[in-house]
Design a protein around this ligand. Structure first.
Ligand code: NAX
Length: 327
């Protein structure tokens, strides 16, 4: 039997956590022969800890053969100790009347502490995936604290946007979602991100030719993908949870699968015009488990360059807002 992989999850008693833990424990993330140990970090207040105990009871009651242990804690160093993956889902939600800058700074403090703790106690092989919003900038803040683990270990999740976009194209074309390939997300996980339909394919043909309606792609498809989270809140009364958990399963599974090509927010080195040092969504190919290379070869049209510029402007403005947290 394989050695268990230690997976730390923050915010495990929240909406996404509740949709995520059972999929990890069932083997959906790392495979049907890979045991896991879940190391779960919640806030220290009694309400959050009680909810966490309840979730852990349900995990017990599933009798997952692959779940070789569960650690419940309010201490980051306990949660991240020897962790092979740190999934940073928990974050402070935006309250009524709260400015975006305040949200950035409040969450920044959480990610400073977690970045430091990960660097101190996680396994040498540790990989980090940030989901808590604003996830690109939170990831940059956590990575800035790491001295032992390189910045390439820190990724933020734009996979939900890729999955949303692929389904929108498939439904418009009247085909199965598996027919839609090479739709990659560039930039920020926010309405400014660019779902690059210009290089996507449907059934092996350019998506724009199959759809045959450039106006729909530019003025319906892009805002639909960018604002899908708000559409779900309006319909459901709470934010995306199962789809976000599913996207995180995809993110980690594909980063663990050599050859997989997918959208991941990684530290920019200037490729596609993103500012050096921001975390921007780009297409990556997994090389060996946990490592990846950025696919740099896509030629961008003037239209696409305008979109990349807009999302880069937002990322650099977020970086400016939190610059004192990056030291
Ligand atoms: P919830 O508010 O339901 O759950 C968050 C949980 O995190 C709570 O249980 C809370 O107690 C815990 N928490 C807060 N601060 C913590 C800390 N410092 N350490 C440990 N636990 C902490 O939110 P949920 O719907 O689960 O969403 C979680 C985050 O994901 C939010 O920031 C949300 O904006 C973000 N999302 C990101 C997405 C993406 O694609 N990157 C999509 C979905 C989601 O909107």
């Amino acid at each position: 039997m394989k050695k268990p992989v230690r997976i730390a999850v923050t915010g495990p008693a929240g909406n996404i956590g509740y949709a995520l833990l059972f999929r990890i424990a069932s083997g959906a993330m790392l495979g049907p022969d890979q045991p896991v140990i879940l190391q779960l970090l919640e806030l220290p207040n009694e309400k959050a800890q009680a909810a966490l105990r309840g979730v852990a009871m349900e995990l017990d009651d599933c009798a997952f053969p692959l779940l070789h242990g569960t650690v419940l804690t309010d201490d980051a160093k306990v949660a991240f100790r020897d962790a092979d993956w740190c999934l940073l889902v928990g974050a402070k939600p935006r309250g009524p009347g709260m400015e975006r800058a305040d949200l950035l700074k409040d969450n920044g403090k959480i990610f400073i502490a977690q970045g430091r703790a990960i660097d101190e106690v996680a396994s040498d092989a540790c990989r980090v995936a940030v989901v808590g919003n604003p996830c690109n900038t939170n990831c940059m803040i956590a990575a800035a604290q790491a001295k032992r683990l390189g910045p390439e270990r820190f990724t933020a999740m734009v996979r939900l946007d890729e999955n949303r976009g692929r389904t929108q194209l498939a439904q418009k074309a009247g085909v199965l979602v598996s027919e839609v390939q090479s739709l990659y997300i560039y930039g920020n996980h926010s309405p400014t991100m660019f779902a690059d339909f210009t290089h996507a394919t449907i059934g092996g043909k350019p998506a724009a030719d199959v759809i045959g309606d450039r106006t729909w792609l530019e003025t319906d498809f892009l805002p639909k993908v960018g604002k899908r989270g708000a559409e779900i809140i309006a319909a459901r009364g709470s934010s995306s949870a199962a789809s976000a958990a599913g996207a995180l399963v995809d993110h980690v599974r594909d980063l663990s699968t050599p050859g997989a090509v997918h959208s991941v927010a990684v530290r920019s080195d200037g490729t596609y015009g993103f500012a050096d040092g921001v975390w921007a969504g780009v297409p990556v190919r997994t090389t060996t488990a946990g490592s990846y290379e950025v696919l740099r070869g896509y030629e961008m049209s003037d239209f696409a360059r305008g979109k990349l510029q807009a999302t880069n402007d937002e990322l650099t403005s977020e970086r400016d807002t939190v610059k004192e947290l990056l030291a």
